[in-house]
Write a protein that binds this ligand. Structure first.
Ligand code: PEP
Ligand code: MN
Length: 339
C-alpha cells in the first residue's frame, strides 16, 4: 500500500491525485487528518513509481506501508485518530472519555436511573445492550428495539451519548437513529460480514477484542471496517481467556500501549468484562488509564444484585462515583484530562 499525504492541497489537487492513483490500479481511500488530507491506495499496480505521486501538485510525502494492517497501522495516520461526537465529545484526544451504564437495558426506570447516576459522576456516554450475546439461549436476550428507544430517550434527556451493541447486519439500519456509536462485541470481532457493513456506515464504531484474539487479529478486523471507508473507529481491550480461573477473563493491560504504538486508532479499556469481579474493576480501570487508554467502558447498575446480566461485575453507583474521583488523579498524573 502507499499513502500520499497532501499538505495545503486544494480540492482540485486532491482530485488530481485521486484520479492518478485509481488510473494506475489502486483502490483509493481518502481521509482527513488534523493538518493533512491522506490518500491511501491499496493494491499491487504494475509499474508504480513513487515519483509518480511526489511530482503531483500538493503531494507532500508518499509512504509505502508493508504491514498487514495497512489502514489501521500507525504509519497511516501518525498523529493519531480523534473520533468526534456531538456535545463536543471526542475520543483519542487529551480527554479520557468514560462510557458507563448497565450491561443490559432492562426497563425505563432502570435505564433512566443509571443514566442520571453515571452522568452525575462524569460519564459522557451511556452504555446498555438492547441485543445481548448471551452464552445460553435461555438467558435474557435483551429488549431489542424497545431498549434502543429507551436509550435514546434517556440519552437525550440527560445529555449523554449512546453506545449499544450490534450483533448482526440486519440490526444496523434499525439502530442508526438510536445510537451515537455501534459496539461490536468480543464474540463478533471476526464476524467479517458485519465488519464490512459497518465500514459502509457513517457512524463511529467501537470494536472489542475477541475472547481469544491476538492483537494482530484485532487490527486486521479493524482493517475490514476502515477499508470500507469508515475511519471513525475505536478499539477496546476487554480481557482475554487464559488458564487463570480466579477472574472471568485476564485483562491484558499491555495490549493498550502495544496497540497505541502499532495503530493510530483510539484504544479503550473495559475493566468490567476484563476481570468480571466487581471489587477488581476499579483497580483495572485505573491501570488502563495509567497505561494510556483513551477511554473506559464500565458496567454500572442502580441495583447490581438484581441485574438481568453481568450483575457480579457491575459497580454500585457509589463505587463508580468514587472510581471517577480516583481516575481524575491518575489522569492528571499521565497528562490527561477526565470529566
Ligand atoms: C458487553 O459490553 O456487555 C459485552 C457483551 O461485552 P463483550 O462483547 O466484550 O463480552
Ligand atoms: Mn456485559
Amino acid at each position: 500500500m502507499i499513502v500520499a499525504m497532501l499538505e495545503t492541497a486544494n480540492e482540485e489537487q486532491i482530485q488530481g491525485v485521486l484520479e492518478r492513483m485509481v488510473e494506475i490500479g489502486f483502490n483509493v481511500h481518502r481521509t482527513t487528518g488534523a493538518v493533512q488530507t491522506i490518500l491511501a491506495g491499496v493494491g499491487t499496480p504494475g509499474n508504480f513509481d513513487h515519483k509518480d505521486f511526489e511530482l503531483l501538485a500538493g503531494v507532500a510525502h508518499v509512504h509505502r506501508i508493508s504491514s498487514p494492517y495497512k489502514l489501521a497501522g500507525r504509519g497511516f495516520r501518525p498523529e493519531g485518530t480523534v473520533v468526534r461526537f456531538k456535545n463536543g465529545v471526542s475520543v483519542g484526544g487529551n480527554e479520557v472519555v468514560v462510557m458507563a451504564g448497565p450491561c443490559s437495558v432492562e426497563g425505563r426506570e432502570q435505564i433512566a436511573l443509571a443514566a442520571a447516576q453515571v452522568k452525575a459522576a462524569g460519564a459522557k456516554f451511556l452504555r446498555g445492550g438492547a441485543f445481548k450475546p448471551r452464552s445460553s439461549p435461555y438467558s435474557f436476550q435483551g429488549m431489542g428495539l424497545e431498549g434502543l428507544k429507551l436509550l435514546r430517550d434517556v440519552g437525550d434527556a440527560s445529555g449523554l451519548l449512546i453506545i449499544s451493541e450490534v450483533m448482526e447486519i440486519s440490526q444496523i439500519e434499525l439502530m442508526l437513529p438510536y445510537v451515537d456509536c455501534f459496539q461490536v462485541g468480543a464474540r463478533n470481532m471476526q464476524n467479517f460480514n458485519l465488519l464490512r457493513e459497518l465500514g459502509l456506515v457513517r457512524k463511529p464504531v467501537l470494536l472489542k477484542r475477541g475472547i481469544a484474539a491476538t492483537i494482530e487479529e484485532v487490527l486486521l478486523s479493524a482493517e475490514y471496517i476502515l477499508s470500507g471507508g469508515n475511519y471513525d473507529l475505536m478499539l477496546c481491550e476487554r480481557g482475554i481467556r487464559t488458564f487463570e480461573t480466579y477472574t472471568r477473563n485476564t485483562m491484558d493491560i499491555s495490549a493498550i500501549p502495544v496497540i497505541k504504538k502499532l495503530s493510530h486508532l483510539p484504544i479503550l479499556g473495559d475493566p468490567s468484562h476484563g476481570v468480571g469481579l466487581r471489587d477488581k474493576v476499579p483497580a483495572m480501570a485505573r491501570a488502563a488509564v495509567a497505561a494510556g487508554a483513551d477511554g473506559l467502558l464500565i458496567e454500572v447498575h442502580p441495583n447490581p444484585d438484581k441485574a438481568f446480566s453481568d450483575g457480579a461485575q457491575s459497580l454500585f453507583p457509589e463505587q463508580f462515583e468514587e472510581l471517577m474521583a480516583s481516575l481524575r488523579l491518575i489522569s492528571s498524573a499521565v497528562g490527561r484530562k477526565i470529566a
